[in-house]
Design a protein around this ligand. Structure first.
Ligand code: ADP
Length: 266
């Protein structure tokens, strides 16, 4: 369908979704997909109906992080059925459409946009409390497409993930300006990989020392909320490889606790 018809169909689907949150970052590797995955787990644990949509078309990591590699999407009368991790946690990613997780998706902008349009229009999420959209790093076609297609049905806003390093913060300032230009509300910033407490000697080290005051200073300069800081924590790293069952074992680790506190602020 043409863009107008597509937007009408997307609006209809999105009328069943109460809250829509985009997770964005200036750089790759700062923990954006990890944040999206753990936010989805935490909201689902609180009893919310959660949909997690991975629009990182060329680098989908959500299937692996959710322990859903190898799952397939099915077509039903009412659209594409997402993959359910729990009754109240549904996931959709281009990774489910690939024959092998090592397959490369090499698509130009229009084809990526078409895929995202299909995700927003054709996935049958049903009634949902939270739709969390994991995006690629930076500000690219994918972000514009999501904002364009969802703006009529109101996006709650974006959560921006960064490390304390200036090299990451520099790109976050661009993200903030992007959000302001496209009138996307900023829910807040999360500083990830923010220090490391040695489990043996209990000393805290700053692996990525902030040279310009870190996310705290940047948030105060821009007048936006800092939602919290998450330390480097081997439990978080492993949870990406081992999925939900492992997370249950490390409920009290510093990283997992920080995630839970931040979820409560969203
Ligand atoms: P992005 O989506 O920004 O590219 P990822 O979420 O894929 O980043 O994270 C990059 C890597 O860093 C992953 O291997 C993940 O397990 C790890 N990671 C992210 N946050 C933490 C953390 N707080 N502690 C330890 N490892 C982390």
């Amino acid at each position: 369908p043409g863009p107008v018809l597509a937007i009408e169909e997307i609006n209809e689907k999105m009328s069943l979704v109460k809250h829509k949150i985009l997770v964005i970052s200036g750089k790759g590797g700062v923990g954006k997909s990890t944040f999206s995955a753990l936010l989805a787990h935490n909201l689902a644990d609180e009893g919310k109906q959660v949909a997690l949509l991975d629009v990182d078309v060329c680098g989908p990591s959500i299937p692996k992080m959710m322990g859903l590699e190898g799952e397939q999407v099915h077509q039903s009368g009412s659209g594409w059925s997402p993959v359910y991790l729990e009754d109240n946690l549904a996931v959709m990613s281009v990774g489910f459409l690939l024959c092998s997780p090592d397959d490369a998706v090499i698509w130009r902008g229009p084809k990526k946009n078409g895929m995202i349009q299909q995700f927003l229009r054709d996935v049958d999420w049903g009634e949902v409390d939270y739709l969390i959209v994991d995006t690629p790093p930076g500000t690219s076609d994918e972000h514009l497409t999501v904002v364009q297609y969802l703006s009529a049905s109101c996006i709650d806003g974006a959560v921006i993930i960064t490390t304390p390093q200036e090299v990451s913060l520099q790109d976050v300032r661009k993200e903030i300006n992007f959000c302001r230009k496209v009138k996307l509300q900023i829910i807040g910033v999360v500083e990830n990989m923010s220090g490391f407490k040695c489990p043996n000697c209990k000393t805290e080290s700053h692996i990525f020392p902030p040279t310009t005051g870190g996310a705290e200073q940047m948030c105060s300069d821009f007048g936006i909320p800092l939602l919290g800081k998450i330390p480097l924590d081997p439990a978080i790293g492993k949870s990406c490889d081992y999925g939900k069952s492992y997370l249950a074992e490390v409920q009290d680790s510093p990283g997992v606790l920080s995630y839970r506190n931040i979820t409560q602020r969203i």
